[in-house]
Design a protein around this ligand. Structure first.
Ligand code: ARG
Ligand code: ASP
Length: 719
């Protein structure tokens, strides 16, 4: 007995993995209890209640979830918000054309009536959050099977949401935390009339492009400006020309003081997903099985896109957003794999699990017995199915035509059903018409045909090791492995990717057309692949993932018990969080040190007329030459463009306000360094840095380059 206690104590002592103060994305409601003291010891001068308070206005009232996956902050009493250029990219692109190339030239509304509406774009303010674990988990017991548990939880959640929405005044969401050990209610107010106010030209807003993406030193002027509109009562409303600028409860004051190394900063935003508490088997599956497939297949697509984008301005505009999206994941996963390897993360996790098992074995009747083995038993088969799924998603759905044709599935299904209300079909056809127009606006079938050939060839070469759709085996037999011939034929014959033919069918739609569609070669191909995904792969991945979900829930609890002195923050899940740290430089590799900030001089250093990503905006060059920096220069006389700090951030934090010790806005978060992208799986204080746009560079562009003085005047800027 004594020996056991000693062993246990030893295990706890040694296994309390020291977590640096920089790691973590914390829940604003617990800041006071868990973090305030530490934040203040690191330099923060405001109380936690200034950041989050339900009864008084606090900084949280100036932070919004922007669209589906970014953050923005309110910076004026007229609902002006700042986010990243890459977050507003889709909107900027959708207003762009060859004649009005806002992507290339930038866009500035000089008057309010020039601000551009963006159907579909919304921003959400968090009104409050609340621990509802007890209500959600009422009646749930450990012996319940996973499906029963899920159903019961879903029932509770839907009731909680309904009550919290106050007759649809608010959007309520209940999210799982700590792998489902806890549940929190989030109540949002959602605004739907969000207008584009300003965006710098891409050679500022996307300077460095994909070459510099995920990298430091960085010089991207990654910001865009929008405005929230409300109805006359200052409440959310659908777009209307009668709407007026929203009057916020709070907006952020902006500081021109800049940052020094060691300064306290915090990032307030909506991080999307992290997975810090996974077992070694999971890290192995992600980095050794899934990531390599994604990287390889995206490389193929990017090469083809790139070739065509360089040849034509029209294609460059059409494919800009798609290309950026594909490249972003591709490069992140490359960095993630390198970081995991450099950290020996898998070995570290394995060692941790071995120690934990030791601790478990030394207890009588531990509820955690056999946990790691159970993980292995499930991750092994899951890895095979995940690999198959990744191939299917990246190779087959990597073909734009296939993704597009999927949307016709429901039309055929609806048609085939007996007694379908014709009005329903009409409604769907209408939607398909507008969806098709949108699709073809940015579609080039020559590119897609080349993509199809390349991807299907690769898919076939991998087929021996994965679950591969039968239809593709049949095609390769029929066409003697000549995917080129197959693609040529499909693209020629299919009416579904011929804009003219398709629209003429849809616009004169009759029920008999459903047959025509269902016989289309592209439709058949898509159907078969979809069905392989749905009926063969998904049931398997779901099965193992469900097992793993319940194991993970127990594993997180086990980790908390095993390392009781460690402070656990919940994984990111697109809910509002605070990350805090200090402005800091880093050493990416032996003999190299990166400073914590970059300047306009660096843009001139990178300048190249040949490399598209490094073309410098002529007007910026003039300002640089004349040193017309106004009050935006740092004390060294230069324009600082970006800085790095140790805040723990992830995808979704883009556009987040970066605040100083006084809670003033000093930057806009937009990226992480390549050496640190594994922070979604394992954070490393030595190497992980968030990258922020220096707010002074942003204001300099608005004021001096765009001459949008009215926006500067709207903001509260402090010297
Ligand atoms: N890496 C950043 C993030 O994950 C920015 C991506 C946008 N820029 C680009 N060149 N693709 O969102
Ligand atoms: N660039 C990312 C975003 O869009 C931020 C990150 O992953 O660090 O949210």
């Amino acid at each position: 007995m004594n020996k056991k206690i000693v062993l246990l104590l030893l295990a706890i002592l040694f296994k309390t993995i020291p977590m640096s103060a920089d790691e973590g994305m914390w829940l604003p409601i617990f800041l006071q209890k868990l973090n305030e003291k530490e934040m203040q010891s690191m330099g923060m001068k405001i109380p936690a209640s200034a950041i989050y308070d339900v009864n008084k206005s606090s900084l949280k009232d100036a932070v919004v979830l922007f669209g589906g996956g970014c953050t923005a902050e309110v910076v004026s009493d007229k609902g002006l918000i700042l986010t990243n250029h890459h977050c507003g990219f889709g909107e900027i692109q959708s207003h762009s054309s060859l004649e009005n190339d806002y992507l290339k030239n930038g866009f500035w509304a000089m008057k309010q009536d020039e601000e551009l509406a963006n159907p579909g774009l919304s921003v959400s303010f968090l009104i409050r959050m609340e621990d509802v674990s007890a209500k959600v988990l009422e009646g749930v017991n450990p012996s319940m099977n996973e499906q029963k548990r899920k159903d019961l939880i879903a029932k509770h959640i839907s009731k909680i949401k309904k009550d919290a929405s106050e007759d649809n005044k608010y959007d309520a969401a209940v999210r799982a935390f700590y792998a489902g050990n806890e549940y929190y209610l989030m109540v949002y107010q959602v605004f739907k009339d969000i207008r584009l106010v300003g965006a710098p030209p891409s050679n500022i807003g996307k300077f460095g492009g994909d070459t510099d993406n995920w990298m430091w030193p960085r010089h991207t002027g990654d910001f865009s400006i929008f405005r929230i509109y409300a109805n006359k009562d200052n409440n959310p409303a659908e777009y209307s020309k009668d709407n007026v600028p929203y009057k916020p409860k709070k907006f952020l004051p902006i500081s021109l003081k800049g940052v020094e190394k060691g300064d306290f900063t915090f990032v307030f935003g909506f991080p999307g997903t992290t997975q810090e508490y996974l077992p070694s088997d999971a890290i192995q599956m992600i980095t050794e099985v899934i990531n390599p497939v994604r990287i390889d297949l995206r490389q193929t697509r990017l090469d083809i896109f790139g070739k065509y984008m360089q040849q034509s301005d029209q294609i460059r505009i059409q494919y800009a957003a798609k290309d950026a999206g594909i490249a972003n994941g591709w490069k992140k996963w490359i960095g993630e794999n390198r970081g995991i390897k450099r950290l020996s993360a898998i070995t570290k996790k394995k060692d941790f699990e071995a120690d934990m098992n030791h601790w478990i074995d030394n207890q009588n009747d531990s509820p955690y017995k056999g946990l790691t083995k159970a993980f292995t038993d499930n991750y092994k088969p899951l890895a095979y199915w995940k690999k198959s799924e990744t191939w299917l998603v990246e190779a087959a759905y990597g073909i734009e035509a296939l993704r597009f044709v999927r949307s016709f599935n429901s039309l055929v299904e609806l048609n085939n059903k007996k007694d379908t209300d014709p009005a329903k079909i009409e409604e769907l056809v209408k939607r398909l018409i507008s969806g098709s127009k949108e699709f073809f606006k940015d579609y080039n079938s020559t590119i897609d045909q080349e993509v199809m050939i390349a991807l299907l060839e690769k898919y076939q070469n991998a087929s021996a090791d994965i679950s591969y759709p039968d239809i593709l085996t049949q095609i390769s037999q029929k066409y003697d492995n000549n995917w080129e011939k197959f693609a040529e034929k499909v693209f020629k014959k299919s009416i579904l990717i011929n804009e003219e033919k398709l629209l003429s069918v849809l616009e004169n739609y009759k029920t008999s057309d459903a047959k025509k569609i269902s016989r289309d070669p592209l439709f058949k191909l898509t159907e078969e692949i979809l069905s392989h995904h749905r009926t063969i792969i998904l049931p398997k991945t779901r099965f193992y993932e469900q097992n793993i979900d319940s194991l993970q829930r127990v594993f997180v609890r086990a980790q908390m018990e095993f390392t009781p002195t460690k402070r656990f923050y919940p994984d990111a899940n697109s809910t509002l969080r605070v990350a805090y740290g200090k402005v800091n430089d880093y050493y990416p590799r032996d003999g190299v040190k990166y400073t914590h900030f970059t300047t306009l001089d660096g843009i001139m250093e990178k300048e190249s007329a040949e490399v598209l990503d490094y073309v410098v905006e002529p007007r910026l060059k003039e300002l640089y030459k004349s040193k017309d920096y106004g009050r935006y220069a740092a004390s060294d006389g230069r324009i600082h463009t970006a800085f790095t700090a140790t805040n723990h951030t992830t995808g979704g934090n883009s556009g987040s306000p970066v605040l100083n010790a006084d809670g003033e806005l000093i930057g806009i978060n937009f990226d992480r360094n390549w050496e640190g992208t594994m922070s979604d799986l394992m954070y490393d204080p030595e190497m992980c840095r968030n990258i922020s746009l220096d707010i002074r560079y942003c204001l300099f562009i608005i004021d001096k380059l765009a001459g949008a003085h009215h926006l500067i005047e709207e903001m509260c800027i402090m010297d």
